[in-house]
Design a binder for this molecule. Structure first.
Ligand code: PRX
Length: 635
């Protein structure tokens, strides 16, 4: 079935037990009894968790499944996620606790207490409100990893606007497509951001994207790098100017929202066509990410949490911005590259800020592993007590290195499986659970994960099948913004009432899940999610390209890398310079992360009789594997 994982995810019998010292200090709920409780009374379980947070008005119904698959959670409830992230904390001692510690790539530092962060959020919320942004308006945020990205997201949510964060590594066409699709009224960007010692010119890309995006009335620009940028009169405004005006009032009411009101949209790559906007809400999403982060990472007041993800991806939304604040935690944010100026940058910052939990992606672990143990060993990493992994399967070799070299054998690794669409952890260990390197362990409380065959029948343990979720969960995707049919078709049309994840997996005899990889045409490159169709459409938009196919193949560090096959138009000859040109074109159309590892010029592509490219066959042949079923192959 799936063949994109560079290792065979399966138990080799190795088990890591938590230490008794760790168990003694952990506040994790009793998993066995909670699992049974949540299984028997899903709504009761989630209602209990929701009551740990503050609501302006309680809900009438925990789960409304009267219009499946458009599930609703906490209907009738009034809430605002920002109330639970900030408002309730600034009334307590926590106002003086650090909410955010930040370091820029050049080494500059800033930190914000809950009080200070709230003040900035209120001021910026007042500004955008004064500019005419109201409940339900969309705002595109295109920023580097600087505190203002968090401030901007929270300011939008506070006044009920829907944020659409576009990852700063995406380039012009991706940004343009997302602005156009969301009809954003304002866009927020920076003059630039630091990455690998160079300036990423975000404002220039925004200018280019806006040439064809008529919905955007204003661009708010944060001065980060200080080089000259074009400021279009009337349209473009400096953030620091706005924040020093009387309109930037530090008093700003938090909008009372329905639990089901949208909080944000986030574009993610799917099987076909353009990236789609996954919609999350204020109520259920809030409850889901609050509870999962609390239970899985056993967050304590003395913790310093570092989620290395960019806020432009779901991991950043759920577990860098909202989840830690909902839990009253202190987060760390770093702007730049892990290897700048040297490969010890992350380890140095863990030592310098005494960070206690590191949550990152396997690709980063593998990348840093390449530089050898001497780099981390130069630093005191003893503040760490827990580690996490997300985004792709972690190979046992990387798991063990992470555990031994970074965690010094004392830090359990939380391998959390989830998706943009699930909003929250779905299959995940807790720190007091026995761990098997390479397994994301077991479903979270109340989650019904099954592995099924093509007919929807549960497969026997040990066999590979499609991973589906057969009960709803509060942080689940509500719809695809602007395209509800696609929501139904994409996730709910394969099996009745079962959410199709797009992943394949196995379950072992202990009930542990081993994720194998995507079974569709989504490619995970360094944990980033890209679609074959998206890359192919970028390829064919180059004047020399007539037809193209893109596949993912195993890669030691990136997990998967992109390989492309291109048929040239008549009049164009294959050459290395044309390859470079096409690679750069993809960089411009999507972003540097989508630049292919290889471009092969071919005369034809394997297609089905109905004209669909058989990517599966390309993949098999590239890896020297058998062709498999080729009965539908065109001659
Ligand atoms: O294939 C799975 C992989 O990432 C996909 C979801 O990607 P995205 O929506 O970008 O969200 C990534 C961060 C939550 C999944 O379908 N994936 C995510 N976490 C894991 C994983 N694969 C294996 N193990 C994981 N822990």
């Amino acid at each position: 079935m799936s063949d994109t994982t560079p290792f065979e995810p399966m138990s080799n019998g190795e088990v890591y037990q938590p230490s008794s010292a760790f168990i003694a200090k952990a506040n994790v709920p009793d998993w066995e009894s909670k699992t049974i409780q949540a299984e028997q009374d899903l709504q009761g379980f989630w209602s209990e968790r929701a009551l740990e947070l503050e609501w302006y008005q309680p809900w009438n119904k925990v789960l409304d499944d009267s219009n499946k698959p458009f599930y609703k959670w906490f209907t009738g409830g009034k809430v605002n996620i920002v109330h639970n992230c900030l408002d309730r904390y600034v009334k307590t001692w926590r106002r003086n606790k650090l909410a955010l510690i930040w370091e820029g790539e050049p080494g500059d530092q800033r930190s914000f207490s809950y009080h200070a962060l709230n003040r900035e959020v209120c001021k910026f919320a007042s500004v955008i409100k004064a500019m005419g942004i109201t409940k339900g308006d969309r705002v595109t945020i295109y920023l580097p990893r600087i505190p203002e990205i968090i401030i901007a997201m929270l300011a939008c949510a506070k006044i009920g606007a829907i944020h659409s964060v576009v990852y700063g590594g995406f380039s012009v066409e991706s940004l343009h497509g997302r602005i156009l699709d969301s009809h954003s009224k304002i866009a927020i960007t920076a003059d630039g951001g630091w990455m690998n010692g160079k300036i990423v010119k975000l404002k220039d890309m925004m200018d280019e994207a806006l040439r064809r995006s008529p919905s955007v009335e204003h661009v708010i620009v944060i001065k980060r790098t200080g080089q000259d940028v074009m400021m279009e009169p009337e349209r473009d405004l400096w953030y620091h100017d706005l924040m020093s005006l009387p309109i930037a009032s530090p008093k700003c009411e938090t909008e009372v929202m329905d639990a089901e009101d949208p909080l944000y949209i986030l574009y993610t790559s799917g099987t076909t066509g353009k990236p789609k906007a996954v919609l999350h809400t204020h109520g259920g999403y809030m409850v889901g990410i609050y509870a999962t982060l609390k239970d899985v990472f056993d967050l304590k007041d003395e913790d310093r949490w570092w989620c290395t993800a960019d806020p432009g991806w779901v991991t950043g939304h759920s577990y860098l911005v909202y989840g830690p604040l909902l839990n009253g935690a202190t987060s760390f944010l770093y702007e730049g590259a892990p290897t700048f100026p040297y490969p010890n940058r992350w380890w140095l910052m863990i030592e310098k800020y005494a960070l206690t939990i590191l949550y990152t992606a396997p690709t980063a672990v593998r990348g840093l592993m390449r530089f050898g143990e001497a780099w981390p060993n130069r630093h005191d990493l003893s503040s760490l007590r827990l580690l996490g992994s997300v985004g792709e399967p972690i190979n046992p070799e990387a798991w063990k290195w992470y555990h031994r070299v970074i965690g010094k054998g004392n830090c359990p690794i939380m391998d959390t499986w989830w998706q943009t669409e699930t909003g929250m952890f779905i299959i995940t260990p807790t720190p007091v659970m026995a761990l098997k390197p390479g397994s994301a362990t077991r479903p979270y409380l109340g989650v019904a994960a099954e592995i099924v065959d093509a007919d929807g029948q549960v497969v026997p343990d040990g066999e590979e099948g499609f991973l589906v979720l057969s009960k709803p969960w509060p942080a689940m995707i509500r719809t695809i913004y602007g395209d509800p049919d696609r929501y139904v078709n994409q996730y709910w049309s394969t099996y009745p009432d079962k959410y199709m994840t797009g992943d394949s997996a196995r379950r072992d005899k202990d009930g542990y899940f081993w994720i194998i990889g995507r079974v569709d045409d989504v490619i995970k490159v360094s944990g980033y999610r890209l679609g074959s169709a998206e890359i192919e459409s970028a390829l064919v938009s180059h004047p020399a390209v007539a037809e193209a196919a893109a596949i993912g193949l195993p890669h030691e560090v990136k997990g998967n890398s992109i390989h492309t096959y291109v048929i040239l138009r008549t009049g164009f000859d294959p050459s290395d310079s044309l390859k470079d040109e096409i690679r750069n074109h993809i960089g411009h159309e999507i972003g540097p992360i989508a630049k292919p590892e290889s471009i092969t010029f071919v005369d034809n592509l394997p297609k089905t009789r109905s004209g669909k490219i058989m990517r599966r066959l390309l993949k098999a042949r590239a890896q020297g594997l058998p062709d498999g079923d080729i009965t539908t192959l065109e001659d």
